[in-house]
Design a protein around this ligand. Structure first.
Ligand code: UD1
Ligand code: CA
Length: 464
């Protein structure tokens, strides 16, 4: 098999995005566009990947993974010039060169593979991926000769009225034989309406050399849409979200109301998991099998085990819920917290930087911060840890089988020994030994007949 190199042009200003952020870093489904392209390309098994970046694109370079070569294009003099700037990255390479853009995030590995295969089967010097658009305005048009062979690509602004009527357009994705590419790049001139070096001119140059130049037509224009504005970014987002929803459903998850469910690229969902209306599954979220995720749940970089029930409007923000647990409604798990196996967290309960041991139950309106609990504890309703003293955060340790009475306040740092109890409403300021009951509140006093005496007193006052 011939070696393959990929070049991604990403140096353009992206002026129409009206953004401080380099265009390739704008996100589609929670992932920068350049990452979508790199992930797609990775599947092709390219020997080298070169990204052409603009001057001062430190942020973009920092976002590129290992094994990707960044080449700088100091001034944006056009796509042909950008390809010339990729030369150092291709030094010593012979084989096929795939050229694409960072702003075509939806192209699939399948299509790129078909392009590569077509190019090789035809023994072509260059093959351009084209598509037919109902409205081709703005794109380069594919000019074919009398025999139907590709002759040239003409940009919108350089095209005659007759050429503008052509609906077959250049997607901006090409395969070149490396030697043919380099020889064509040497001869590109900025002799056009914009005074730019057009990569598209390489096509007519190779045709002029008598080299075989081919086109592969794709019938899915969505896939090759280029993102120039935020309106197009939103369109791409919609198309990509549809694809992801389809993938997770085909992989065995039920979406009760697909259009209302937001799922980021890379989220995984196990079979027989049911996702309710209006959920957002974001970042590096992974959900196991047989879970029930009810309406309005937000999972951001969350890990959810198997058979987990997340009741309505629960938020897991960088947290883990292990197998068989039930959480919510309106619960919040954050700060890397872990809910163990077969746990229960009630309504409006919150944990932060906390680990809950297996089988522990935490009731409604309670808060644990910087806490570790053992197994099979009961954390009563309204319990809170005071983990912050205004300067520092302090840990709370609750050992196995502890019962924290409702409305207890645990002032950290504090340790509650195994099997101990705290009385409801206690303010616990010191450690509790294993097996003890800690009560820290005023003892109850009953004043007999008080209510009757008070009533008579008021009646007397009113008669005077
Ligand atoms: C280009 C094609 C056009 C095609 C269209 C598809 C040329 C001359 N025209 O037009 O035929 O239909 O794409 O979307 O190639 N870039 C650089 N350095 C530069 C200029 C551009 O890296 O100096 C990069 C941009 O970051 C972008 C890509 O190349 O990712 C395309 O550039 P853009 O200016 O958007 O090309 P179009 O005018 O859309
Ligand atoms: Ca473009």
């Amino acid at each position: 098999m011939r070696p393959l190199a990929c070049v991604i042009l990403a140096a353009g200003q992206g002026t129409r995005m009206k953004s401080e952020l380099p265009k390739p870093l704008h996100e589609v489904c929670g992932r920068p566009m350049i990452d979508h392209v790199l992930a797609t390309i990775e599947q092709l098994g390219a020997e080298r990947t070169v990204v052409v970046v603009g001057a001062g694109a430190e942020r973009l370079v920092a976002a590129l993974g290992e094994g990707v070569v960044a080449c700088e294009q100091p001034e944006q003099l056009g796509t042909g010039h950008a390809a010339i700037c990729a030369r150092p990255g291709l030094d010593g390479f012979t084989g096929d060169v795939l050229i694409t853009y960072a702003d075509i995030p939806l192209v699939t590995t399948d299509t790129l593979r078909r392009l590569t295969e077509h190019h090789r089967a035809e023994g072509a010097a260059a093959t351009v991926l084209t598509t037919e658009l109902p409205d081709p305005t703005g794109y380069g048009r594919i000019i074919r000769d009398g025999t139907g062979a590709v002759a040239a690509i003409v940009e919108q602004r350089d095209a005659s009225a007759e050429q503008r009527a052509i609906r077959e357009i250049n997607t901006g994705i090409y395969l070149f034989d490396s030697e043919a590419l380099l020889s064509a790049l040497d001869r590109i001139s900025p002799d056009n309406d914009q005074g730019e070096y057009y990569l598209t001119d390489a096509i007519a140059i190779l045709v002029g050399d008598g080299r075989p130049v081919r086109a592969l037509i794709t019938d899915d224009p969505d896939e090759v849409m280029g993102i120039n504005t935020r309106v197009q970014l939103a369109q791409a987002e919609r198309i990509a979200r549809d694809r992801i929803r389809e993938q997770v459903m085909l992989a065995g998850a039920t979406l009760i109301d697909p259009p209302s469910t937001l799922i980021d690229a890379g989220v995984t969902i196990g079979p027989d998991t049911i996702i309710g209306h209006g959920c957002q599954l974001l970042g590096a979220t992974a959900i196991g099998a047989g879970c029930e995720i009810r309406s309005g749940v937000v999972l951001r970089s969350a890990t959810i085990g198997d058979r987990v029930l997340l009741r309505d409007h629960t938020v897991i923000d960088e947290g883990t819920v292990l197998d068989g647990s039930e959480v919510g409604p309106f619960a919040l798990v954050r700060g890397g917290s872990v809910v163990g196996r077969d746990c229960k967290m009630g309504s409006s309960a919150e944990i932060n930087r906390t680990r809950m041991g297996d089988g522990t139950k935490m009731q409604h309106f309670s808060y644990l911060g910087d806490t570790t609990t053992g197994r099979d504890c009961n954390i009563g309703a309204g319990v809170i840890t005071c983990n912050y003293d205004g300067y520092d955060k302090h840990p709370t340790v609750i050992e196995d089988n502890v019962f924290i009475g409702s409305d207890s306040i645990l002032i950290a740092p504090v340790t509650i020994g195994a099997g101990a109890y705290t009385g409801a409403g206690s303010v616990i300021t010191g450690d509790v030994p294993a097996g003890a009951l800690a009560v820290a509140r005023a003892r109850q006093k009953n004043i007999e007949g008080w209510a009757e005496r008070r009533r008579r007193q008021i009646e007397r006052r009113e008669r005077q």
